[in-house]
Design a protein. Structure first.
Length: 443
């Protein structure tokens, strides 16, 4: 942790009356950044040390906690808030000369970009510390992507960086489709210039565990499995605990569902896209299993009465791991419905139940059945990742930022997640886990 030894102008109890200072102090004290600090101090060498590396780093953390969207805004805050400047480690007795200017931050950030891997290492160390404190961390994972707009000018013809343009960013587009209550279809397109954040998180604790930053045009599906692989490489014990992976229909792909289960033993809880022909509403189940049972793309299974041809939804009876099948029971037995052909249907063995192998259609038939209450409950946890993304906009300033270049964007996001995890770890150490997800609430 980048702690500065200094004289106190007032007691820490007085400092703790200021909620922002309390939260910043909590973050500074719980970030494992000593290796990063030593490296940055070695870069500086024996040059002028008016603004110590640790003080500069702490002030960058303060910029996140105080929700400043630019360095100039942070400098103004440091000049008008001596308590904050002192907590960061600056010499407040020197007046304005004791506060760094834009040029000082430019030089510091330039060195910080050189050690991008060490900054990411701080994030990974925090994940490790949280895993030690939270034994169930990673049991239920979620993944999502987030559009990050760039306010910079677009590329010029010569593709040269002039300080005002973002030559790394490009255009991305997301298409949202659905059906209104009256049955009419709707479609919305969102396009942006900038980047895309690919985030994997724990959906129970709402804490980030890994992330990628790509250009806006990058595919969501192509980045999910690499995210899981990187998480396993760095935190194998977390992936070993993982049971489910929740994602929206943008990640619905056969290779993802198959590899999550086959390689990592993770059950996919991913919404499904309707890839069937518009005229095709149902498909007949394998005749070797039953000749009067159909299913739709949502995973609902139906049986047809052999005499009246009445269609009824079958009752889900669970996943059989040894057989790798989903079991469905006769609706007449389960719901007390009168059925004329009750004794002659439901499978070749007339057991009034059917077992459907997941291999029938791996996208539709999942170990956690799509039409089960468990699937709905697990899928609702996906909003945890969306809330993390929302905090990046509302509390961390990504709705309006001035970051240009993918390397700087990676560093900025790393710092934001470091503060997020540092706050969570600090709250746990305080025995106040109910506040671990908040950047705003005071203990």
């Amino acid at each position: 942790m980048a702690i500065i030894a200094q004289k106190e102008l007032f007691s820490w109890k007085e400092i703790e009356n200021y909620s922002d200072l309390e939260r910043l102090k909590l973050v500074i004290e719980n970030i494992p950044d000593e290796k990063l600090m030593i490296t940055l101090e070695n870069y500086r060498g024996k040059g002028r040390n008016n603004f110590p590396v640790r003080a500069m780093w702490n002030s960058i953390m303060a910029g996140v906690v105080y929700q400043h969207i630019s360095i100039k805004s942070l400098i103004r805050e440091l000049n008008r808030n001596p308590s904050l400047a002192q907590l960061c480690g600056f010499n407040i007795f020197a007046g304005k000369k004791g506060i760094p200017n834009s040029s000082n931050y430019t030089h510091f950030l330039r060195n910080l970009y050189r050690v991008k891997k060490l900054v990411k290492e701080v994030f990974e160390n925090l994940v490790t510390l949280l895993n030690e404190e939270l034994p169930s961390l990673g049991t239920n994972l979620g993944v999502d992507s987030k559009a990050i707009n760039s306010l910079a000018k677009r590329k010029n013809k010569n593709k040269k960086q002039d300080g005002r343009r973002d030559i790394d960013a490009n255009y991305g587009k997301k298409v949202y489709k659905g059906v209104h209550k009256d049955g009419t279809p709707w479609k919305t397109e969102k396009s942006w210039f900038g980047y895309k954040l690919h985030l994997i998180a724990d959906v129970d604790y709402e804490l980030p565990l890994g992330f990628y930053v790509t250009k806006a045009s990058a595919s969501d599906t192509k980045n999910l499995l690499p995210l899981v692989k990187e998480l396993k490489d760095k935190h194998d014990e977390i992936v070993e605990k993982a049971k489910t992976m929740t994602a929206d229909k943008g990640y619905d792909a056969y290779p993802i569902i198959l590899e999550l289960k086959k390689i990592y033993g993770i059950d996919a809880v991913i919404d499904i896209r309707n890839c069937w022909d518009k005229k095709e509403q149902e498909k007949l189940l394998n005749p070797e299993i039953a000749d009067n049972i159909t299913y739709d793309y949502s995973g609902n299974v139906y049986c047809y009465c052999n005499e009246s041809e009445t269609r009824r939804k079958m009752a889900f009876a669970g996943y059989e791991k040894k057989r790798d099948t989903l079991k469905f029971r006769c609706p007449a037995d389960e719901y007390g419905i009168i059925c004329k052909s009750k004794k002659t249907c439901c499978g070749k063995n007339k057991t009034r139940s059917v077992r459907i192998p997941l291999s029938t259609d791996p996208r539709i038939f999942l170990p956690i059945a799509r039409n089960s209450y468990k699937f709905k409950n697990m899928y609702s946890k996906r909003t945890a990742v969306e809330r993390i993304n929302s905090r990046l906009d509302e509390s961390f300033g990504f709705e309006k930022h001035y970051v240009r270049g993918i390397k700087k964007m990676e560093i900025t996001l790393s710092i934001s997640f470091i503060v997020m995890l540092g706050m969570a770890y600090g709250r746990i150490k305080q025995k106040k886990p109910e506040l671990m997800r908040s950047l705003v609430k005071v203990a």
